[in-house]
Design a protein. Structure first.
Length: 230
């Protein structure tokens, strides 16, 4: 559910400042650059395009802490690319480095473990302005599960074991009990399967979930639908 977010933009490298407010739906992410530079990327409705605003350190702290107005869905995550090969995260030197940035969990379509142990990196598909960004973060799906905002609105599903993605790829790295979460707003349709003959290599598949993403992901799991979306 959209709210507003406030921030102080630094104009032309300072000292001029401008107070701004945007819809949380237009927030892409925020991150720290070199030195004291802080940045917020968003869709600017006044120009009809995405742009990057240089913001004050105080604004960045407020955005990260959810103190800038209605931003309960904003969380700080740490990107990791070790052995993952995901490079869309807004982290300087992302091919070799890690870094923290602020995201809106409502933009997470799917997050699933890259290892079967329940620890380590999580692959994320993050949808903003109908574009899909893929990156890996250190937060496990279970730590994101059932993230809740104002008025008890839940943004993400409960964690569940994911066995197939697009009906073809067996994701054994996400097959643990808490291997995957999905964004509730991206669920196109979900159903219980009467017969699982399409998934003979993995028995007991009982739920299919179709996601409204650019690549129209189809997920299959051995978990009941009522458990995934309680």
């Amino acid at each position: 559910m959209a709210s507003t977010i406030r921030f102080t933009e630094i104009i032309n490298n300072g000292p001029a400042l401008r107070e701004c407010a945007i819809s949380t739906d237009d927030f892409k992410w925020a991150y720290a650059g070199s030195g004291n530079n802080r940045y917020l990327e968003f869709f600017d409705q006044s120009v009809g395009a995405e742009r990057v605003a240089t913001i004050t350190t105080g604004s960045f702290v407020d955005v990260a802490a959810g103190n800038s107005g209605g931003t309960a869905a904003f969380i700080t995550v740490t990107s990791t690319v070790s052995g993952i090969g995901k490079y869309d995260a807004p982290v300087s030197g992302v091919s070799t480095a890690t870094g923290t940035f602020v995201i809106n969990v409502q933009n997470i379509a799917i997050a699933y473990l890259t290892t079967a142990t329940g620890t380590g990196a999580t692959n994320v598909q993050y949808i903003f302005n109908e574009k899909c960004y893929e990156f890996a973060i250190t937060s496990a799906p279970a730590s994101l599960a059932n993230t809740q905002g104002a008025s008890n609105i839940k943004y993400l599903s409960a964690a569940f074991p994911l066995r197939f993605i697009n009906n073809r790829q067996i994701l054994t790295n996400a097959s643990g009990t808490n291997g995957c979460v999905i964004g509730r707003k991206f669920v196109k349709t979900a159903c219980t399967i009467a017969s699982d003959t399409s998934y003979e290599s993995v028995p007991n598949v009982i739920t299919e979930v179709y996601l409204n993403t650019p690549d129209n992901l189809v997920l299959a799991t051995t978990t009941a639908l009522a458990t995934i979306l309680p």
